[in-house]
Design a protein around this ligand. Sequence first.
Ligand code: S3P
Length: 449
Amino acid sequence: MHDIEAARPLSSNRNGKLVGSTNVPGDKSISHRSLMFGAIADGRTVISGLLEGEDVLSTANAMSALGAVVEKINGDYIVDGVGNGGFRQPEDALDFGNAGTGSRLCMGLVGIYPFKSKFVGDASLSSRPMGRVLTPLTKFGVQILDQQNGKMPIILRGPDLAYGISYEPPMASAQVKSCVLLAGLMAAGVTTVVEAVPTRDHTERMLKGFGAKIEIETMSSGATKVHLQGQGRLLPQKIEVPGDPSSAAFIIVAALITPGSDVTIKNVLMNKTRTGLFETLTEMGADLEFSNLRTAGGEDVADIRARHSELRGVVVPATRAASMIDEYPILAIAASFALGETNMLGLEELRVKESDRLATVARGLEANGVECREANDSLSVTGYRQVPGGGTVATNFDHRIAMSFLIMGLASRQPVTIDDARMIATSFPDFVPTLERLGAEFHRLPATN
Ligand code: S3P
């Protein structure tokens, strides 16, 4: 849809401090998985706080097309599941829009079925590599009936009977791990995924909550082995989706770089596989306060208070990349306002996100007068605490690029313009009004073709 509609440019400018308290929408990773696992549980799963972003709604539509019943009743999402193994062949292609997570996880969840399933997406998703999930799926006996050089549109057909596999993804990717585990739900025997660097563990935690037989072994090296017994029954759950730390990140950085700011974000997921940005910002001198620490639905959550801070550049080690993989664009903005160089290492996976995020961030920084150095798998940003701004950023259909540079404009000398704000709706539909309530100012510019 976004490919043919007119782009919507938007700019942000300095408008004084940001103050107040807010919530952020539900975590995207947990939202996708809640719908998928609800769809294959035996009975009714109730989800409160689901992220109603376009990415997650694409997953909801896919689950309906496969036979689950998904309804919104009194603000909650109700999923009547078909039981593990109970999907019916979808009549049309499953369209995942911009969503890498929805599509890659469903290629495992659905592609393993002994019927034809077709996976399509928008221009950005259709340019992203899917070979990383197709390779392990072929080990289960899944046939690839159509593909475009490892990209979408893709048609899969699973074997009559699949057997569990053991797989070590060559890259740190929760999507690849999850794709394999979800295919393993339909396979006879045990499926094992080995991760040299552990990535976000929502699939493991949530499958356990749904009653799957899953065990996690942690090696002395820190590597993990996840073992899943296939063909088990999943029991429906009541799920409260906590606030998305990747969305909270934009508001936190906005408060840190805007003089006089004092903002609290309530009910944010604090899972350790997701909190690398908070660690990095703290090392940079950020005034962050975590309060009301508690567990909700099997996950740690907290309220986070962020106040304007004089940030300093740091080295962000490659070993931390997995725990903040979606946060580098907004970290680059924080780094632009920090004193000295911030050197971010181990960023090879950023090349294959919704855009080539390393290049897109670097071009956006340059357009706004920030000095940076882009290498194959690293980015270094030289900050002066004053950012000129005044540039227009090519967002390349990437929601996190759009939001990051709008945050830059709240504190730079001149306004910052992004070429297209539409993709923000994929993960944080209320981004603009949420920030406006805290004191931010945005200007809509005429639509372009
Ligand atoms: C996600 C995994 C990550 C992340 C994405 C969500 C998930 O992708 O970037 O936004 O929910 O499993 P990769 O597996 O490609 O690193």
